[in-house]
Design a protein around this ligand. Structure first.
Ligand SMILES: [Zn+2]
Length: 69
């Protein structure tokens, strides 16, 4: 009787935000194909990075130098 138990063989992915590997979790069983971030925190921070949100709020900061000579 050969009983195979590969408990440790869970699939894993690399988080797009923090770049760290994370393992399959039961809560992702149905959407594992679509999971790209290790946590809700990383998922949220992908669309609202400090730079892009600042650019949207304060576009004036990014005005180019005007040569008024
Ligand atoms: Zn992450």
């Amino acid at each position: 009787m050969a009983r195979t138990s590969h408990k440790a063989e869970l699939p894993s992915k690399i988080c797009l935000t923090c770049g760290l590997p994370f393992n399959w979790r039961k809560k992702w069983a149905r959407e594992w194909e679509n999971v790209r971030y290790c946590s809700d925190r990383c998922r949220r921070s992908k669309s609202s990075t400090a730079v892009s949100s600042a650019a949207k709020k304060n576009p004036i900061i990014f005005t180019p130098d005007v040569d008024a000579s």
